[in-house]
Design a protein around this ligand. Structure first.
Ligand SMILES: O=C(O)CCCC[C@@H]1SC[C@@H]2NC(=O)N[C@@H]21
Length: 271
């Protein structure tokens, strides 16, 4: 079956407002941003079989291996019926992925604040949210999600920014990446309606990686900090308990565990 016909089969019950499949693109986020600009509706989806210029946060490259990697982007825009808390969109993507893994495949996954999904402390998914502005006006956002589904999606450890893993490696058997996509979309749209609810914050916090563990945190401005992960602030910032007992709230940047399971090695991501 042609890939787009297979995808159509998996997506048909979801009632997506619009979607596009590309065999190969530079980055699904770029296609989605252009589509958003042309008036794509909230909830529109861009899926690629293969990305040649996938990107991650902090200027990193995201490698999508054909067949094994899953790369897609959802368009979210302000809408009279639905809340639009931009600062929660990364967590929305990450929570949708973690829940899809649990519900669909019985796999426990955690969110490494702010944008990675981990299984067994290794990166299986990254989220890249980008905003679209027209002059001073926020037009909407795109939520790009890359998932290592097949074993081949995980590049060799050398040069990786963080240890990586694939869903198939954890499961020990092959799975259909469109099945993974469908399950993530189901969770995404369910939470999309409840983004400002207390339940969303509870679910996000419940899925935080490294709770109670020591991490090194960098926000790009100050020297890295060492602290224990305590949870989330009401704004979604990461609460850390520093060595001197004080609390620090991280609102940007990233964390890594102090006792890394593998030295120096990310999920489909170059250093
Ligand atoms: O780990 C990260 O820093 C985020 C990686 C995000 C990768 C996805 S793949 C689909 C979408 N298109 C891109 O170019 N990036 C995101």
């Amino acid at each position: 079956m042609m890939e787009s016909a297979a995808l159509e089969h998996w997506l048909r019950d979801l009632n997506l407002p619009a979607w596009q499949y590309y065999e190969e693109v530079g980055s699904t986020n770029d296609i989605a941003l252009a589509w958003l600009d042309q008036g794509a509706p909230d909830g529109a989806l861009v899926v690629a079989g293969h990305q040649t210029q996938g990107r991650g946060r902090l200027g990193r490259t995201w490698i999508t291996v054909p067949e094994a990697g899953l790369a897609f982007t959802l368009i979210v825009r302000p809408n009279a019926q639905l809340p639009f808390p931009v600062e929660r969109l990364t967590a929305l993507g990450a929570l949708a992925v973690a829940q899809a893994f649990k519900v669909g495949f019985g796999v426990d996954a955690h969110i490494k604040w702010p944008n990675d999904v981990l299984i067994d402390k290794r990166k299986v998914c990254g989220i890249l949210v980008e905003l679209a502005w027209q002059e001073e006006q926020l037009q909407g956002a795109v939520v790009g999600i890359g998932i290592n589904v097949g074993r081949a999606a995980v590049p060799p450890a050398e040069g990786l920014h963080y240890p990586a893993i694939s869903l198939e490696e954890v499961l020990g058997h092959p799975i259909n990446r469109w099945d993974v996509l469908r399950r993530v979309l189901e969770a995404f749209f369910a939470w999309r309606h409840r983004l400002t609810s207390p339940e969303f914050m509870i679910a996000w916090e419940d899925h935080l990686a490294f709770r109670g563990e020591w991490v090194q945190a960098s926000d790009g401005h100050n020297p890295p900090l060492i602290g224990r992960v305590k949870g989330l602030s009401p704004e979604g910032h990461l609460r850390l308990r520093l060595e001197d007992g004080t609390e620090y709230r991280l609102n940007a940047g990233e964390i890594r565990p102090l006792a890394a399971p593998f030295a120096g090695s990310s999920g489909g991501e170059d250093a």
